[in-house]
Design a protein around this ligand. Structure first.
Ligand SMILES: [Zn+2]
Length: 218
């Protein structure tokens, strides 16, 4: 079985997360909004999460994400189905262009901001040259998706069903287990340790391999 993971929004906690991923040889995709990455980090203390959440500065991106896959998460993280199709097209096309320029690599994946999509928004993402697009819906088994532009993951990394769903995916013929999240949702040392334990257990599982999301579709 191939295991794939992706993380949204390009925030400061991605740095600690990536340290863990590198240490244990895990592959991952990071889904970025180019308009959020300015000269300096942007953000501040979040009452909801009880910590500082900052979008990384533009100048940090290439070194932070070196060796990892980058996917398009739209230009400025709007609600896809609440803006005009023309505005949505700019959000999708312009962001892909900028990310390809910044990272000097083809951008194959897309992740809908807030997971929102419909046929029209999905068509725009497909026409822009992406090979898959992830929603925030969770579904088992997750692969192959009925429509690659409506690709659901198996679960969020915090899911209490994580290992049950992992086992279920291994038993099924789908061949893929896919989890996702935001690194800012890892709030306590216990949660960091729990995440690291998940990565280690997957890396040590001789029946599975880490994979890059685009390779499932290319
Ligand atoms: Zn997001």
């Amino acid at each position: 079985m191939k295991v794939v993971q992706c993380w949204d929004d390009g925030v400061n906690d991605d740095i600690r997360l990536i340290e863990i991923l590198r240490k244990h040889g895990a592959k991952a995709s990071f889904n970025l909004n180019p308009a959020s990455h300015r000269e300096k980090r942007k953000g501040g203390f979040s009452e909801k999460w009880g910590k500082s959440i900052e979008r990384l500065a533009r100048s940090e991106l290439n070194s932070v994400y070196e060796g990892f896959t980058i996917a398009n998460h739209s230009m400025s993280h709007p609600h896809p189905i609440k803006i005009s199709v023309e505005d949505w097209r700019s959000e999708v096309v312009d962001a892909r262009k900028i990310l390809q320029d910044w990272f000097q690599a083809p951008i194959h994946g897309f992740v809908y901001p807030f997971g929102q999509n419909d046929q029209a928004t999905a068509d725009v993402v497909r026409e822009a040259g992406h090979v898959y697009a992830r929603t925030t819906q969770n579904e088992t088994p997750c692969f192959p998706p009925s429509d690659p532009m409506r690709f659901h993951a198996d679960c969020h990394f915090h899911s209490l069903q994580f290992w049950n769903l992992y086992a279920k995916a291994k038993e099924s013929s789908c061949g893929v287990f896919y989890f996702w999240g935001h690194s800012y949702e890892i709030c306590t040392e216990d949660q960091w340790q729990d995440l690291a334990a998940k990565i280690v257990r997957i890396s040590n599982d001789f029946e599975v391999v880490w994979a890059e999301l685009p390779e499932l579709f290319l």
